[in-house]
Design a protein around this ligand. Structure first.
Ligand SMILES: [Zn+2]
Length: 214
């Protein structure tokens, strides 16, 4: 009896014969010594924008939290269930990462969902609608801009949402304090799925620029 999809089992076979075989000692060391990733990556769930693939990261290198549209909610110690905030808390306070990267991407379905046309919720819970309402006025402002094309609005909100998430990160006292002490660096990035281009946010202007790779 097969307990997992065959495609996944085939992939696992390849992993054991390939990557695991060549990095066995690294996995064993990570198991014995624990993980010490230097970077927390906040990325979208989208299957086309996997951070480990884009940044060619090995085991133990990236601590990744993925959610719909790579959003960071504001600091809200209200006793509710906060998946992203708990991952952030562990990365910053437990693992003491040096970097936090919020990485958005082109053709993001979460971002598209708030730019209209309005659709019925996918389920009665409308979890996506509630989650994406985090963007609030920014989504309304961009979606109402008739000077821009649909594609321009999409890219604009994808990038605005990254700046928005970085601002929300700074509402967490631990992030704010460590950044001001120079022990934590915050970055924004945007990955264009169709071309493979990576754009990095200029921390001063907030503009997105192609990093020099030479
Ligand atoms: Zn997305």
């Amino acid at each position: 009896m097969v307990h997992l999809p065959e495609k996944l089992l085939n992939g696992y076979r390849n992993f054991m014969a390939g990557r695991y075989a060549s990095e066995t000692s690294r996995y064993r060391t990570l198991a014995d010594d624990g993980q010490t990733p230097e970077t927390l990556m906040i990325a979208c769930c989208d299957s086309r924008s996997a951070p480990e693939t884009i940044f060619d990261a090995g085991p133990g290198e990236l601590f990744v939290v993925r959610n719909v549209a790579n959003l960071v909610p504001p600091y809200a110690p209200d006793g509710e269930y906060h998946a992203t905030s708990s991952a952030l808390e562990f990365a910053v306070q437990g693992l003491k990462v040096k970097n936090i990267v919020v990485m958005g991407h082109g053709r993001c379905g979460g971002i598209k969902s708030v730019l209209g046309p309005t659709h019925e919720p996918l389920s009665p819970g409308d979890f996506i609608g509630k989650w994406m309402s985090l963007l609030g006025p920014a989504a309304e402002a961009v979606s109402g801009n008739t000077m821009m094309t649909a594609g321009e609005r999409q890219t604009a909100l994808e990038r605005i949402s990254i700046r928005f998430s970085l601002a929300n990160l700074r509402t967490f006292p631990c992030v704010d304090i460590l950044e001001k002490k120079g022990r934590l660096n915050l970055y924004g990035a945007w990955f264009d799925i169709s071309t493979g281009e990576l754009w990095a946010m200029n921390p001063v202007t907030g503009d997105f620029e192609r990093p020099r790779l030479d």
